[in-house]
Design a protein around this ligand. Structure first.
Ligand code: PFF
Length: 457
C-alpha cells in the first residue's frame, strides 16, 4: 500500500519556499500568540516581558528550531522513524515517540476543544454574545454556561477537528500548504484591521502605554523567565517533532537558517501585533489587562460589546483566532498522520481517519472535564483533564523533547547537523559557532531550569 514500483515510496515535498515558510509559521502562530502571549504580557509587566521573551527566543528557541529542521530534512522521515534513518543509537527515537504521543495526541486533543470555542464564538458574535457580554461579569457567565453544555462543546470540538482532518487529507502540497497560503495572509490582514480599530478608540493611549513601557521591577520575579521560556517553546511549536516533520518534506536546496529566521520572525511579529490589537481596546473600554486565561473569551467579548461595530470586530477577532488555531492543529495532525502512514503502511486517507477518531475521543474527555469528571489528581492537587494535559505537555514533554533534541544535535550528531545546515557546504552559515554554543550549552541549561522550576504542579 502506498508504495511505488521498486518499493520506494515517493515522498511528497513542499511546492515552494514561501509555501513551506507559511506552513511552518502557520504551525507556530496559533492560540499561543493571540490567546496566551497577550495574557502573559498582561500578567508580567507589559514591555519587560516582551524584552525577555525576545532575548530567549533568539538565544534558545531559534537554535532549537534549526536543530529540528536539520534532523527532519536529513532523515526525510517522521520523528519516530527519523533516528533510525540517521543510523544513530535507537535510544534517540524516544524524541520522536514522545513528540508524537504528546503533540499529535495530547496537545491536539485539547487544542481542538479550544479551537471549537473559536467557532462557537464566531457564530455567537451575531447571535447574542454581544447582548450577553455587556459587562465582564455577564461575559463570564456566558462563557461558563457555554462550557457547561457538554454536547455543544463536543460538537464544536468535532467540527473544528473535521476541518483539520479535511485539510490534512489533501497532503502536504494540496492540503496544508494550500490552506496556509490562503489563511496566513488573511490572518495578517485581520490583525491589521483589528489594530486600526483598537488604536483609534478614545482612551487607547493608556493601553499603548502599558504595552510599551517596561516595569523593570518585574525583572526580579522568577516566574517571568519561566513564563517567557515556556511561551517561547510553545509558540514556536518546539519539542514535539513538528519542525522535524515539516523539515522532512524539504529538499536540499532550502536554506535552513533563513527558513527558521522567517518562521520565528513571523511568529514573534504576530504575537506582538496581537498585543497592539488587544491592549489599547481593553484600556479604552475600562477593563483590566491581567485577567489571565479569561482575557480572550471573557474580557474581550465585553470589550467588543461596548465599542461601535463591536459585532463585526468580535466576529473578525474569533475568525483570526480560528485561522491561527487551525493552521497549528493541522501541523499536529500531520505528525500523527505521517506516523501512521510510516508505521502501519497506511494510505494517507486511512491514517487521517484512524488518528482523527482517536484524537476526537481524547478531546471528548477534555470537553467533558470542563464541567465535571474526569479530574486528575497528582501530588494531592486536582485538575480537570484539559488543564492536566496542558500542564503535562508544557512543563514536561515540551521541555524534555527540546532538551533531548539539543543534546542529540549538540553532542551526538553535531558534524552531520553542521553539514545539513549548509546543505553540504553549498550555503554559508556565518552563525555556526554561535548556534553550536546555543545547542550545546545555553539552551540545555535554560531548559533544565524551566523544567525544574515548572514542576510545581
Ligand atoms: N505554536 C502553537 C501556538 O502558539 O498556539 C501551538 C503548538 C502547536 C504548540 C504545535 C506545540 C506544537 F507542537
Amino acid at each position: 500500500m502506498g508504495s511505488d514500483s521498486g518499493n520506494v515510496q515517493k515522498r511528497e515535498q513542499w511546492g515552494s519556499r514561501v509555501g513551506f515558510i507559511l506552513a511552518a509559521a502557520g504551525s507556530a502562530i496559533g492560540l499561543g500568540n493571540i490567546w496566551r502571549f497577550p495574557y502573559l504580557v498582561g500578567k508580567n509587566g507589559g514591555a519587560t516581558f516582551i524584552l525577555v521573551y525576545l532575548i530567549i527566543t533568539v538565544l534558545i528557541g531559534l537554535p532549537v528550531m534549526l536543530a529540528e529542521f536539520a534532523i527532519g530534512r536529513a532523515a526525510q522521515k517522521s520523528p519516530v522513524a527519523a533516528f533510525g534513518a540517521l543510523k544513530v543509537n535507537p535510544f534517540w527515537s524516544v524524541i520522536g515517540w514522545m513528540g508524537t504521543i504528546a503533540g499529535g495526541f495530547l496537545v491536539l486533543s485539547y487544542y481542538n476543544v479550544i479551537g471549537g470555542w473559536t467557532i462557537r464564538y464566531m457564530i455567537a458574535s451575531f447571535t447574542g454574545l454581544m447582548d450577553a457580554a455587556a459587562t465582564a461579569d455577564q461575559s463570564g457567565a456566558f462563557f461558563g454556561s457555554f462550557i457547561g453544555k457538554q454536547a455543544e462543546v463536543v460538537l464544536f470540538q468535532v467540527v473544528f477537528m473535521a476541518v483539520s482532518m479535511f485539510i490534512v487529507l489533501g497532503g502536504i502540497g494540496k492540503g496544508i500548504e494550500r490552506a496556509c497560503k490562503v489563511m496566513m495572509p488573511l490572518l495578517f490582514i485581520i490583525v491589521l484591521v483589528l489594530i486600526a480599530r483598537s488604536v483609534t478608540l478614545p482612551g487607547a493611549e493608556a493601553g499603548l502605554d502599558f504595552y510599551l513601557n517596561p516595569d523593570w521591577s518585574k525583572l526580579e520575579d522568577p516566574t517571568l523567565y519561566l513564563d517567557a521560556l515556556g511561551q517561547s517553546f510553545f509558540s514556536l511549536s518546539l519539542g514535539l517533532g513538528i519542525m522535524i516533520t515539516y523539515g522532512s518534506y524539504l529538499g536540499k536546496d532550502e536554506r535552513l537558517p533563513s527558513a527558521s529566521l522567517w518562521t520565528a520572525g513571523l511568529d514573534t511579529l504576530i504575537a506582538l501585533l496581537a498585543g497592539f490589537a488587544i491592549f489599547p481596546a481593553v484600556f479604552a473600554m475600562g477593563f483590566e489587562p491581567g485577567a489571565g486565561v479569561g482575557l480572550t473569551f471573557i474580557t474581550l467579548p465585553a470589550v467588543f460589546a461596548k465599542m461601535p461595530g463591536g459585532t463585526y470586530v468580535s466576529f473578525l477577532f474569533f475568525l483570526l483566532l480560528f485561522f491561527a488555531a487551525v493552521t497549528s492543529a493541522m501541523s499536529l495532525m500531520e505528525v500523527a498522520t505521517t506516523f501512521a502512514i510510516e508505521k502501519f503502511s497506511l494510505r494517507r486517507s486511512d491514517a487521517v481517519w484512524l488518528m482523527g477518531i482517536i484524537i476526537i475521543l481524547l478531546g471528548g474527555y477534555s470537553s467533558l472535564s470542563l464541567s465535571g469528571p474526569p479530574k486528575i489528581t497528582i501530588m494531592g492537587k486536582s485538575k480537570d483533564f484539559l488543564d492536566a494535559v496542558d500542564y503535562l505537555c508544557n512543563n514536561v514533554f515540551l521541555p524534555v523533547g527540546s532538551l533531548l533534541a539539543c543534546v542529540f544535535v549538540g553532542y551526538v550528531w553535531l558534524e552531520p547537523a553542521k553539514k545539513e545546515l549548509t546543505s553540504d557546504g553549498k550555503f554559508a552559515f556565518p552563525w555556526m559557532g554561535a548556534w553550536t554554543w546555543c545547542v550545546r550549552v545555553i539552551s540545555p541549561l535554560a531548559i533544565i531550569y524551566i523544567f525544574y522550576m515548572g514542576l510545581a504542579w
